[in-house]
Design a protein. Sequence first.
Length: 217
Amino acid sequence: MFNSRQAYAPLTYAPQTYPPQTYAPQTYAQQRYAQQFVQPQYGAPQGGPYVAAPYGYASAPANVQLAYTLDSGDKLRVVVFGQDGITNSYMVDAGGNISLPLVGIVPARGYSTQQLSQMIAERLKQGYVREPHVSVEIEAYRPFFILGEVTNPGQYPYVANMTAETAIAIAGGFAPRASKGKVELTRNAPGQQMHGDVPLGFPLRPGDIILVKERWF
């Protein structure tokens, strides 16, 4: 007969333990990258992170978290408070520069917007504006390029947080003979050069070149 007052021993759970991680990606994008490309056979020097195999892959990109560096094709909004003659939109030219009233040509390629605003402020201090307050924002990113086995290859405006799969969709989807597993990515951004095959969920950056290869079977 069931006894409602019957005592039961409390359930106990042994804590589950996990082996220590040998690498520690800081973002989801880095984690996905490490899962795909980090090669354990290269070892972890002095208990540090594994080193990726030396076949063209750069260190794991953090996508949006990584400080964006400017290059040709980026459209910038430069605001100098109280100076309407300078405040305007400027395109980074083929030489990687912008040209401003009063200060002339200012290099932009390879710099962040914060670094560029500081350079402009320093130029303005040289006899033009006593205490310049400068803000630089990206009005439009430089385009990305998608080639190969897609419906409409070409260059397209970059969309924040896009992936290789997003780029393929923007280009009209896969062509009939496309290889749909991975795509070839070329990245030439200053300090972020890389070239190799990446999965469709790989995060893209402005200026990336994506090649969708043809399948052979």
